[in-house]
Design a protein. Structure first.
Length: 279
């Protein structure tokens, strides 16, 4: 059954940014065989569980989201059980190095600085950072952030984007860091901050789902690939996962694109594709 948050995306089709794409099922296609290396071993996935629409808890406390569905499908194909573990996003690299988790599957952007500390799977999504403001905000560009209270999630790609432009950052009245985006959205709505730097898909989904009255300002940041983070010394798992993601793509349940408008179809296919019935 497609859950309520997925129905919201399907009904709205309003997400205008970037996300992963699941290609068409292809009718008679059979599921690709699960990767055999390490089959049966439990996979522990670290994530931010307050990161809609990719991973979050629904009203009943169930963990749902696009990345959750992708990870479950991959684990099924690898013949493995899966466990999801909430982690401190600012300490995600430490969680990997200490092997408390096997992977980070939580909208993790592939950045050169991160590649120094972890391996990445093949990309399954693209992401772009934007400026999020209230509808009545006078902010129209990055230049307008001067003298304003700007926020982002601690340890996020948004923070990397801010740090990449020291002059712009220096113009802020204050830079506030939140443990998760939702906390920032709440403060933006009540006027404690003036703007957030955040993933476009996350911002637009939250705005639609909560009728938050936000507006997106194009900050001119480049689109960046998103993948699964893996410990540097776990090349074998990377190979297993890459093989599985390729199998999912070939079977019609995973692919790569640049348009968030395709996200509703991706979610539908994860739940209705014939590959599930033919396994």
């Amino acid at each position: 059954m497609i859950m309520k948050w997925k129905k919201m995306i399907l009904a709205g089709a309003v997400l205008l940014g970037a996300a992963g794409m699941l290609a068409g099922c292809g009718g008679d296609k059979k599921a690709a065989p699960a990767a055999d290396a390490g089959a049966g071993q439990k996979i522990v996935i670290g994530l931010d569980d307050n990161f809609p629409p990719f991973g979050f808890k629904d009203k009943d406390g169930n963990l749902v989201g696009f990345d959750i569905d992708m990870a479950k499908e991959a684990a099924k194909r690898m013949g493995s059980d899966i466990e999801f573990k909430q982690i401190d996003w600012s300490s995600k690299e430490t969680e990997l190095r200490s092997h408390k988790i096997d992977a980070i599957w939580s909208g993790l952007t592939i950045l050169p600085e991160r590649e120094k500390n972890m391996l990445f799977s093949r990309p399954y999504e693209n992401s772009v950072q934007i400026i999020l403001v209230k509808e009545d905000s006078p902010i129209q560009s990055k230049a307008d952030l001067a003298g304003k209270i700007v926020a982002t999630q601690e340890g996020s790609t948004g923070l990397d984007a801010i740090n990449s432009e020291p002059d712009v950052k220096a113009s802020f009245k204050e830079l506030k860091l939140y443990p998760d985006n939702v906390s920032g959205f709440m403060d933006l709505k009540i006027g404690r901050i003036d703007a957030m730097i955040v993933s476009q898909v996350v911002a637009l989904y939250y705005n639609k789902e909560n009728n938050a009255g936000f507006r997106v300002v194009d900050a001119g940041y480049n689109r960046q690939p998103v993948g699964v983070g893996i410990a540097k010394d776990n090349e074998a798992f990377k190979e297993r996962l890459d093989k599985t993601l390729e199998e999912m793509k070939a079977a019609g349940v995973a692919g790569m694109c640049d348009s968030l408008e395709q996200l509703p179809e991706l979610l539908r296919k994860l739940h209705t594709c014939d590959v599930h019935k033919n396994r």
